[in-house]
Design a protein around this ligand. Sequence first.
Ligand code: FAD
Ligand code: FES
Length: 272
Amino acid sequence: MKLTEPRTLAPPERRSARVTAVERLGAYVLIGAHDSDGPPDPRPGQFYMLSTAGRWGGGADERPYLPRAFSHARAREGELSFLLEAVGPGTTRLAELESGEALELVGPLGIGWRAARDGTRPLLVGGGIGAAPLLCLQDELGADAEALLGFRSADHAQAAALFAGIPAVATDDGSVGRQALVTDLLREQLDADPATTVFACGPPPMLEAVRLLCAELAVPAQLALESGMACGFGACFGCVVPTRDGYIRLCVDGPVLEADALASAVFPGAGH
Ligand SMILES: Cc1cc2nc3c(=O)[nH]c(=O)nc-3n(C[C@H](O)[C@H](O)[C@H](O)COP(=O)(O)OP(=O)(O)OC[C@H]3O[C@@H](n4cnc5c(N)ncnc54)[C@H](O)[C@@H]3O)c2cc1C
Ligand code: FES
């Protein structure tokens, strides 16, 4: 296990990376970009604020002016990849990028995954696009780090192929893997071996279910959370979320938080 310092500092300004590959993966798009001016070692669980140089706001149908936050899915020798689903104007525009175009970015930002508790095995738990920051975590931990992945459908479950080994997959419609919630798979795993640290990312209700289950079984868990982020580096306070110790800015003190720090992983009114 190499995880030590989970924060790599970002260069202080926006820069351009060159898009090197765009791959459709069912419901998702995997964008590769060569970030020659950025640090080569973003920590798994950190994120970047992304935008495009052209057609990023300015017209009635072009709402984004602010960049959008994305975890890097992989980082290898200056080559970053981002896994995204087109759910709104920003993600739709990013999904239209082509090889050779510029991807504007700021990052890496935030604090990523911390090391697993001593004497426990890491278990990665992803829901939908929440698989993204678990990919680079598995790259770092090694293929032995098992992944449990939940998806809506077979189209979304294509992202499972990016993981090493054979991740356990659950789908809502049973079209791939088990027809179950990923938290059903998690409960079975924790019942079998509670000496586990859980690393989870996914939609807020899934993260809340993971938090409650891990609290019930006294299993340490880290949750990568989402909140609406306007700046990504602590200036706007748009991303504040409540913790047991008061409000924090998720972009600088997260996005990965210890589950114990939270009274809930669902933040009414925050983000989406
Ligand atoms: C730290 C961090 C890391 C993130 N990493 C990733 C990542 O790796 N890949 C990725 O695809 N996204 C990621 N996101 C989420 C992404 O930043 C948002 O989905 C983004 O706001 C989308 O921008 P947009 O302009 O396309 O849509 P917006 O204008 O922000 O939203 C448009 C509409 O889409 C809905 N919407 C927004 N997000 C979602 C969603 N996730 N699912 C369903 N509906 C949604 C909104 O409710 C709204 O109705 C991350 C967010 C954070 C904070
Ligand atoms: S996004 Fe601006 S302070 Fe966190």
